[in-house]
Design a protein around this ligand. Structure first.
Ligand SMILES: NC(=O)c1ccc[n+]([C@@H]2O[C@H](COP(=O)([O-])OP(=O)(O)OC[C@H]3O[C@@H](n4cnc5c(N)ncnc54)[C@H](O)[C@@H]3O)[C@@H](O)[C@H]2O)c1
Length: 338
C-alpha cells in the first residue's frame, strides 16, 4: 500500500521532507506540493514527479492526497492543521504545533482523540537521542543529577525575537527533555547575560539561558545561541552519579591536511538530523499503512511543550523569575508519554 502525501510549504524543511520521502522512505509517494511561491513549489515537486500549486486548502481537499505534511511558517500551522482535521486526514505538522497555548489547546480538542495529528519533534527518532535515553533507562550512568543542553545555530532569522527563540527553537528541548528523562518540567526560568551585538537583531537576547526544573527536582540547563556564526551544534550532556554521556559534535568528515587535523561543522541542522527526519517519516508512513497509532509526538505533546514555552515567556517578561508551568487543559495534566 502506498501512502500518497501532499506537502504544504516547499522551503528548507518542506523540500528536505520531499527529497527524503522520494529517495529513502518505503511506501510513500509525494503527489502534490503547495507553496504560496509557485516557483518554489514547482521546483521542489519536480524531482518527486509531483504536481504543484499555490493552494494549501485545495491540497488538503485533493482526493489523491491521503496524508499531509505541514512545513510552512509556524504562524500557519493552527489553521492548516484545523483544515486537515476537518477533512479527516492524517497530518504531520512541523514543530511547533502552534505558537500559543490557546491554539494548541483548540487543536487537541478538535482532534478529539482521533490520533490524526503527528508532530515533527524529530529528536525522538535521532539515533544519538534514542541511545542516550536507553543508557539512562538502563541505569548505566546511575541516578541522573543534571542535563546540560547547548543549541547553537549559524544565523537566526533577521527578525528573530526572544519569543521566537523560545517557541520556535528551544521548543525542541522542551519536548526532548521530558521524553529523555520520563518526567515533566514543572518550573522554568529564562535568563539573559552578555549579548552578542554584532549579529543578533535588536529584539533577540543572544545567547539566552534557560533553567528547567523537572518533577523530581532535577535542574536542566539550556544555552540557546541562534547567531553563533561558527557552525551548527546540538549538545546534550547527561550527568549521573556514576558517569556522564553526551553526543559527539559533528556527523561530517574529520580531515587531516598540512599537519593539522580538523572536523567540520554543518552550516545548519539538516546533516545533523538527517537520520532522524528519515526515521521519523518512515515511522509515520508505516503507522498510516498499518493503521496503528502514531509513534511520533502527538498534539498533546505539542500542547505540553507550548505550556512550558508560555512559562518561559512569562519568566522572560519578569526578568528571570522561576515560573511554574500551568498544564491545565491536558487530559493527563502533567503526565508524559514514555
Ligand atoms: N523539525 C525541525 O528540525 C525543523 C527545523 C527547521 C524548521 N522547522 C519548522 O518547519 C517549518 C518550515 O520551516 P523552514 O525553515 O522550511 O521555513 P522556510 O521559510 O524555508 O519555508 C517555508 C515555506 O512555506 C511557504 N508558506 C508560508 N505560508 C504558507 C501557506 N499558508 N501555504 C503554503 N505555503 C506557505 C513559504 O512560501 C516558504 O516557501 C516551520 O514551522 C519551522 O519551525 C522544523
Amino acid at each position: 500500500m502506498t501512502i500518497r502525501v501532499g506537502v504544504i510549504g516547499a522551503g528548507i524543511m518542506g523540500a528536505d521532507h520531499i527529497r527524503t520521502l522520494s529517495r529513502s522512505v518505503r511506501g510513500a509517494e509525494v503527489v502534490l506540493v503547495a507553496d504560496l511561491d509557485a516557483g518554489r513549489a514547482a521546483e521542489a515537486a519536480a524531482p518527486a514527479g509531483a504536481r504543484s500549486s499555490t493552494g494549501p486548502e485545495a491540497l488538503i481537499a485533493d482526493l489523491e492526497v491521503d496524508a499531509v505534511i505541514i512545513a510552512s511558517h509556524d504562524s500557519t500551522h493552527a489553521a492548516l492543521v484545523t483544515a486537515c482535521l476537518a477533512a479527516g486526514k492524517p497530518v504531520l505538522c512541523e514543530k511547533p504545533l502552534a505558537p500559543t497555548v490557546e491554539e494548541c489547546r483548540d487543536l487537541v480538542e478538535l482532534e478529539g482523540g482521533r490520533g490524526l495529528v503527528s508532530l515533527g519533534f524529530m529528536r525522538r527518532f535521532d539515533p544519538s537521542h534514542v541511545e542516550l535515553r536507553r543508557r539512562i533507562a538502563d541505569g548505566d550512568l546511575g541516578e541522573v543529577l543534571t542535563v546540560h543542553n547547548i543549541s547553537r545555530g549559524v544565523r537566526g532569522a533577521p527578525d528573530a525575537s526572544n519569543a521566537f527563540a523560545i517557541t520556535g527553537s528551544a521548543i525542541h528541548e522542551l519536548d526532548s527533555m521530558p521524553w529523555l528523562l520520563g518526567q515533566p518540567i514543572t518550573e522554568v526560568a529564562w535568563l539573559s547575560g552578555r549579548k552578542s551585538t554584532s549579529l543578533a537583531p535588536a529584539g533577540l537576547q543572544d545567547p539566552s539561558f534557560m533553567l528547567l526544573r523537572m518533577a523530581d527536582g532535577m535542574l536542566v540547563t539550556l544555552e540557546l545561541f541562534l547567531n553563533a556564526d561558527y557552525g551548527y551544534v546540538t549538545r546534550c550532556e547527561v550527568v549521573g552519579e556514576r558517569g556522564t554521556a553526551s553526543f559527539t559534535d559533528s556527523p561530517l568528515l574529520e580531515t587531516s591536511t598540512a599537519r593539522r587535523r580538523s572536523t567540520e561543522y554543518p552550516a545548519d541542522w539538516r546533516p545533523r538530523f538527517a537520520d532522524a527526519y528519515r526515521l521519523q517519516l518512515q515511522a509515520w508512513i508505516d503507522s498510516l499503512a498499518h493503521g496503528t497509532p502514531t509513534p511520533l509526538a502527538t498534539a498533546a505533546d505539542g500542547l505540553r511543550a507550548s505550556q512550558v514555552a508560555a512559562a518561559l515567556l512569562e519568566s522572560e517578561r519578569s526578568g528571570g523569575a522561576f515560573v511554574r508551568v500551568a498544564y491545565q487543559g491536558t487530559r493527563q495534566e502533567t503526565g508524559v508519554r514514555t
